[in-house]
Design a binder for this molecule. Structure first.
Ligand code: OOG
Ligand code: NI
Length: 464
């Protein structure tokens, strides 16, 4: 007899509230959303078959809604509590991303809905990074950063209370959910007043721009939101026409007939007015900070470990031929290298499946359904070959560390390339989080296995 709002409904409403807030804060993001909507509409006009398929799988009204956002946290307790906050909305930590390889002093997870129904209702997820303060070499500066972070509480008292209530009762009713959304939103809001002086900001900034971004403010402002596009190459091409400056290259695999994993691009972070703490009481000193941007994504089939290994190898090889430069001067070379090097990755779902490179959802075909009472047997490969069973790609719902590093870097300034850092430590991350992150491969495998079991069970019933 609970009258709880579903966690997915809370997530959908929260995502909409966050989108409204962000468009208010960053009008250029609203322009990007408009471009994405136009391109998506155009793609569907030109491709009625795709439109029909999307209609069956997704809610077309929401096709251009945000798929993800990102925040950067400063201390372990923040990660612990954000996990509980996201759990109120049905978002669980999935995957561990070590960005140290790209010289970025964070490690990360993605909080996201995990089951198919929830993803369909609202796919919203948040790429969440924890700053690795131990990488600040200067002891005094590190201690100062820790002390600054120790003083802040990024959650409102009402948000904390409602997290506890949801945990105790198993959910929130309509009124509590509405309050929760308003209060939770405060954590993600932009504050143009820095909590530090200009001198401190500068020292943090010199250690790493990201450290200044995390430590100098009252909270972990949402730093971008990301709608889904049906044609990322078109949006990348059209951004300048709308006065939006895109990053130099689209991250991820090259354009393909059968999209795999995830392709992403963003516009460069904006320079914004902020105010530092001044010497005089209440005194403020004008300054500037770049942090916030907009991103778009296009997703394809999730790859199995074998396919992912091939992807990682090919990407490495392409980047060995042409390391994309932030100023865009070798974009054409990089895209050519990417296209050529990726030739060994099969570009049909049938071949990806035959080589066991990707995850698929299996279903009975019309022929399979008509097999009532017939002796139909064999493993799933045979049933597919004989036309009893069909398959659809399982969409990749996670992130890619090299791509994420590219998104970070393009928004930390064009000269932000750093050497690789001391490897991060998953145990440290999970102990701050208060539990393990889910293994994305195991999750996709479970989805595939469940669909195979369902197909075999259906056939068994047919046979019985
Ligand atoms: C996160 C960058 C990574 C993505 O989509 O891969 C990311 C950040 O800049 O905080 O959002
Ligand atoms: Ni992103």
């Amino acid at each position: 007899m609970s009258d709880f709002l579903s966690k997915s409904e809370i997530r959908a409403r929260f995502c909409r509230a966050m989108s409204d807030m962000y468009r208010d804060e960053v009008p250029l993001y609203g322009d990007l959303m408009e471009l994405v909507r136009d391109v998506n509409a155009d793609v569907m006009d030109k491709n009625p078959e795709l439109k029909a398929r999307l209609e069956a799988l997704d809610n077309l009204d929401r096709i251009s809604e945000e798929r993800h956002g990102a925040i950067r946290l400063g201390k372990p307790e923040e990660l612990f509590t954000i996990r509980r906050l996201f759990a109120v909305m049905g978002m669980e930590p999935v995957g561990y991303y070590d960005l140290s390889v790209a010289g970025i002093p964070v490690h990360s997870t993605a909080f996201r809905p995990t089951d198919g129904e929830a993803l369909k209702r609202s796919p919203f997820r948040v790429f969440t990074s924890l700053l690795r303060l131990e990488l600040i070499e200067d002891d005094a500066l590190r201690q100062e950063a820790e002390a600054i972070l120790a003083r802040r509480d990024i959650f409102t008292p009402r948000a904390r209370a409602l997290i506890e209530k949801s945990e105790a009762d198993g959910g929130l009713d309509e009124a509590d959910a509405a309050t929760f959304i308003t209060e939770a939103l405060e954590t993600f809001r932009w504050h143009s007043d820095a909590t530090v002086s200009e001198a401190t900001y500068q020292r943090l900034h010199d250690a790493h721009r990201l450290i200044a971004d995390v430590v100098s403010f009252k909270g972990p402002h949402i730093n971008h939101l990301t709608p889904r596009t049906l044609d990322i190459d078109a949006v990348q091409r059209l951004m300048p026409e709308r006065g939006i400056t895109p990053k130099a290259v689209i991250e991820g695999p090259p354009p393909r007939q059968c999209p795999i994993l995830l392709r992403q691009t963003s516009f460069k972070a904006l320079e914004e007015q902020i105010a530092f703490l001044g010497d005089a009481e209440d005194g403020r000193v004008a300054g500037r900070h770049t942090a916030r941007f907009g991103e778009i994504e296009q997703r394809g089939v999730a790859l199995k470990p074998k396919g992912r290994q091939l992807y990682d190898e090919l990407l490495d090889a392409a980047r060995g031929l042409a390391q994309p430069k932030a100023d865009g001067s070798n974009t054409a070379d990089y895209m050519r290298a990417l296209r050529e090097v990726f030739a060994p990755m099969p570009d049909s779902y049938a071949e990806l499946r035959a080589q066991d490179l990707a995850y698929f959802h299996y279903f009975l075909t019309d022929k399979g359904r008509r097999a009532v009472g017939l002796e139909v047997s064999g493993d799933i490969a045979t049933l597919v070959a004989e036309g009893y069973v069909g398959f659809d790609p399982i969409v990749y719902e996670d992130f890619l560390p090299v791509s994420a590093a590219g998104i970070f870097q393009s928004n930390l300034g064009d000269n932000a390339a750093h050497d690789r850092l001391v490897k991060s430590n998953r145990d440290v991350f999970e102990s701050a989080l208060g539990g393990p992150v889910a293994d994305e491969f195991a999750m996709y495998q479970a989805l595939e296995d469940a669909s195979i079991a369902a197909v075999l069970a259906e056939l068994a019933i047919v046979r019985a």
